[in-house]
Structures are given as C-alpha cells and as structure tokens.
Design a binder for this molecule. Structure first.
Ligand SMILES: [Zn+2]
Length: 582
C-alpha cells in the first residue's frame, strides 16, 4: 500500500474535526446553512493551523451531492474527487510557484465557465501573499466582478503582505495558533485510531515542540511511530527531536545557581559528545527557566503551554534564583542563541555565555546585597583576549591567520553540533530549480520504492528550491522538519542525490520560520579573477626586509595582486548587520 503521511491521512474531513478553530467553523457552517456564502475569503494564520483543510472542507460542503451542507458526506463522487485533488471544479493554485502566476493569468478566462459537475467553482490560492503585483492585479479584476458560481479561498501566513485592495473584497478569518492541549488531544486521537502505543509524556513533548502547528505535530508523531514500529515513547521522541531532556537541564540549572563553571563546562562537553545541538541546549535551558519564572510569579505553570515539569523541581529550583536573576539569565541565553547564527565558533559562543552567567555582575542577590565585585579569573581574561583577537581577524577579512592554537573548523563534525538550517544563506541566483525539482522527485520516488517510511515522513515535506554543481537546496514549511532532516537524514539524502546525479552534493535546508540571513558579501564573493585593466599593486619590495617581503608574497599568493579598495570605500565589505556584539 502506498505510504500516506499521517497529516494527509488525518486531515480534518468536516468542520467539526478542525482543531482549535471553532470560531471559524461556526461562522462558515452558519453561512452554508443560511445560503449566505461570500465570494471570497481570506484565511490568515500560522502554518499548520488548518487553512487549506478548511478551504477543502468548504469546497466539499458546497459541492457535496448531499449538500450544500456543513457536514459533507465524504463518500459521494464529488467529495471523493475533492479529497483526491482531481475535481475539475476545485482548483488549487500555489502562488509561490511559477506555475501559480501563469494560472492566475489564465484565471480571468477560465473563471467565466460554469462548474463542470458541482455547484461552485472553487479557487484555492495558497500562500497568496507571494503573488506578483501583476498577478494581484489580474486577481483583483476578477474579485471585482465575480461570477455567481465562483468562490475564492485565499490562504496566507502573512496577511499584511496582501494588498488592501484584495483584502477589502474578502471576508477575513484569522486562524489561531492551536493550543498545546488541543494538539495533544488530536495526537492522542490519531494515535488511538492508528493503534499506536503511546506514553502521555511523549505526546505532550510533541505538542509543545510543534509550536501551534498541527501538521508539524503529526509529522513528528509519524516519524516516531515509524522508527519504533508503532511505539511512541518519551525517549523515542527526545531522540527524534534531538532534545536534551529534563534531567540534564535540571542539573545544568543547579550548576548555574551554584555558579559551578567547571561543572557546567563538563556537562556541555558531555552533551556535545552525545551529539546534542548547542542551540537546543540553550533553548531547553531557557524554556526551563521560563517555567521557573512563571512558577515564581503564579505558583503554577498550568495553562501556560509548557512542558510538564515536576512540581517539586519547580519549587526547589525556583528558590535558587531571584526573579531578576532568572530574567537576566534568560536574556543572556537568548543573546547567545542569536550570536550562534553568526558565530564561526559556536561552541565557544555557548561556553562564553554559560561562563558569563556564572559570574554575572549585579544579577545575583548575594552580589547586589554585598556589593562585592566578582573576581575574574586570569585564565578567562586570556581567553576573552584570544576571542577578541580572533573576532577582529575574522572581521578583517575572513582569511587572516587566527591567533589561537585551536583549529579553525572544530565545529564542523556532524556528530558534535548539528547544522542549523536557518543560518545558511539562500541559494545563489544561478541555482537551477527545474533540474533540482526533477532530481528531488526522483529522490522521493527512490525512498518510496525502498519503503523508507521514516525518511519520507520527514523529507517529503521539503521542496527543492535550487541546485548548483555542489549544493542542493531544500525549503521546509517549518524549522522542526528542516533541522530534523539535517540532523538525521542528511547522509541518506546526500547519498541518494549522489547516486542520481553522479556527483557529490551538499544538502542545504532552510525554513520559513527563520528567514535566511542576508548573505554577507565578503564571504560570498569569490576572489575576482585577475584582469589586465585592473590597477595592480606594485609593492616596492626592495625597501622591505626579507621577512616583510616574504609576508607580502604570502598575501599576494592568497589574495592576488589586484586592487583592493581601502576600508570606508563604498564597495568595501559592510560590517555584519544586527549582530549581537555589544
Ligand atoms: Zn459528498
């Protein structure tokens, strides 16, 4: 039997199945019952909250042979065709693709024709904010004089990018981020129906991690159940999501409270050895501190969409910190997470952050009261000096010799720190997306044929957005799946790519949660090839000492002897933007 992802299989079939969007299902059901369905709706909200599902349910509700009815039968020919995506009356357009733009252009012609076998012709335009101005204008013309049998359902994650002229012709519905409890219930329902064996804590972790998106949640459930043959355990979920786990986080927190820097560095090293991700460590630590903060303030963490943490831990660890101290720690952790995006040495960034928390000035109640200046160990001074020198060297040109005993690429081994998809630059403009898309189709086909269900459940949600001689770019609807792909399936995908294309390709994943940073020119630009007409640097070598001559020669070997504009020149590399370096 063909493999169907859980989120497809359990896509809500009626308004009643829609999780967490009662306000929308109620209004739409009413409109259908009273025969007052509008001509255009704008569904806005975070991804995975049911916008496309609602559009499909509405299309079925209006075209069902038993309808119009708020509860489409799901079994008549019309309902089945809509579910399969083969209905001639329901047209799904992805505004983000090139084909989408052509389809909008054609729309003005096709919209005149009556529906083939239903009552309504329904156009579902997904990611509508991605349309070009030209396409928006074409759409607007149609929205101004819509034929009676036509219904437009526009879905977007970024309503503010939809022109006001379009918005004013639509009834707008805002989809809510689904609560952890709603997601957990839905996961439990699906798991029960599928006959999975689950432990409640596992489902809670998935629900919290999915961050309001049911599709991600079901993707993770899919993943866990296919890896462990229908058993969804807390350990399995932690493994799949690369989570650090409560025990470690509680220990780290206690060490932070006691300012045991030695202890903390040891734990960090151990976690990295186990292949844990630096960002994940900081993120879970800050989540736990958030729990402590809320517990201190409210005496409970119920109804706050948090991991279930034992009350006695919250009670005990909450007493270790003042509220100001907790806030300062969270602030510093978030700063470090930001710095990680740019850091050439992520591990050092995290070490500096954690160590600075062990000696933070003015945040610990004891220091505030005693007014004692913290003692800064000499070794740390040396380390900071080394870091500053390294940073200066990097900002000066990226290729300069780094004044440190540490090798430059210590952070690359995959086992140590998982690559972070959001930190990667967007594909170069030369990337070929048509060829890439064809290759990607073949890769998925290959996984399907080999019945690699766990891989498929995750990577099939990626879209190829380009491919170069050496790299292959995938874009994911969410960060969770993008990082999961990089962490767990990178090698599998890269192997398949190499087999299909005959050349080694490096996988690069991005997601829409975190937009890729604007590429820093100096890193992207290749050294210019030497051109005759370029002014050449002619150092007067004779006036230099032999040692200086050797240095100049070395520089020429690396950088070439073409003209390099001095700093301050317009074409000189700009300083990195919004970098959290204070
Ligand atoms: Zn039906």
């Amino acid at each position: 039997m063909a493999y169907i992802a859980l989120y497809r299989k359990w896509r809500p079939k009626t308004f009643r199945d829609l999780a967490g969007q009662e306000h929308i299902s109620r209004t739409l059901s009413q409109a259908i019952l009273s025969g007052k369905v509008g001509h255009a709706y704008l569904f806005s909200g975070p991804r995975g909250t049911g916008k496309t599902s609602t559009a499909k349910i509405l299309a079925k509700a209006l075209n069902c042979e038993q309808g119009p009815t708020p509860e489409p039968c799901g079994t008549c020919a019309s309902c089945r065709r809509i579910d399969e995506g083969s209905s001639m009356d329901v047209l799904e357009i992805d505004a983000a693709s090139n084909r989408g733009i052509d389809e909008i252009r054609d729309l003005r012609e096709t919209v005149k024709f009556a529906p083939v076998d239903g009552r309504y012709k329904v156009y579902i335009i997904d990611e509508v904010h991605m349309l070009t101005t030209e396409a928006f204008n074409a759409l607007l013309k149609t929205l101004e004089e819509p034929p009676v049998h036509v219904l437009f359902l526009l879905a977007t994650t970024e309503a503010h990018k939809v022109p006001a002229t379009i918005q004013s012709r639509c009834q707008r519905f805002d989809f809510r981020r689904i609560t952890v409890e709603d997601i957990r219930k839905r996961l439990q329902f699906v798991a029960d129906e599928m006959g999975f064996e689950t432990d409640p804590e596992a489902l809670s972790i998935i629900a919290v991690h999915a961050d309001g998106g049911l599709r991600d949640a079901l993707g993770i459930l899919d993943q866990c159940s296919s890896v462990a043959d229908g058993r969804v355990t807390k350990e399995g979920v932690q493994e799949i999501l690369g989570l650090i786990g409560h025990e470690w986080i509680f220990r780290l927190t206690e060490a932070l409270a006691a300012r045991q820097s030695q202890e903390i560095l040891g734990m960090l090293a151990e976690l990295l050895r186990d292949g844990k991700d630096l960002r994940q460590i900081l993120s879970e630590l800050s989540l736990h501190l958030r729990s402590l903060m809320i517990y201190q303030a409210a005496g409970t963490v119920d109804r706050m969409d948090l991991y279930a943490e034992p009350q006695e831990i919250l009670e005990k660890q909450g007493r270790l910190f003042s509220p100001e101290h907790i806030m300062a720690i969270i602030h510093r952790l978030h700063e470090a997470m930001n710095e990680l995006k740019w850091s050439p040495q992520p591990r050092i960034t995290v070490e500096v952050a954690l160590l600075s928390l062990c000696r933070e000035e003015g945040t610990a109640p004891s220091l505030q009261e005693g007014g004692m200046a913290p003692i800064r160990p000499a070794a740390e001074d040396a380390r900071i000096a080394r870091l500053e020198a390294k940073l200066a060297a990097l900002m000066a040109g990226g290729k300069a010799e780094i004044p440190s005993g540490e090798p430059e690429r210590t952070e690359r081994p995959a086992a140590r720190s998982a690559p972070q998809p959001q930190t990667l630059p967007p594909p170069p403009p030369a990337a070929d997306s048509a060829e890439g898309m064809a290759v990607w189709k073949d890769v998925l086909e290959r996984f399907r044929a080999a019945k690699k269900t766990p891989v498929l459940a995750c990577v099939s949600q990626g879209t190829c957005i380009g491919m170069t001689e050496t790299q292959f770019f995938l874009h994911f609807p969410g960060d969770v799946l993008a990082s999961m792909t990089m962490r767990i399936y990178r090698k599998t995908v890269e192997d398949a790519l190499e087999q299909l294309t005959g050349r080694p390709l490096q996988l690069v994943c991005s997601s829409e949660d975190v937009p890729p940073p604007s590429p820093r020119r100096p890193l992207k630009e290749k050294p210019k090839p030497f051109l005759e007409e370029e002014p050449r640097m002619k150092p007067d070598l004779a006036s230099l000492t032999p040692e200086e001559q050797a240095n100049v020669q070395k520089a020429v070997d690396i950088l070439g002897d073409h003209f390099v504009p001095p700093p301050g020149d317009e074409s000189a590399p700009p300083p990195p933007e919004d970098e959290a370096m204070h």
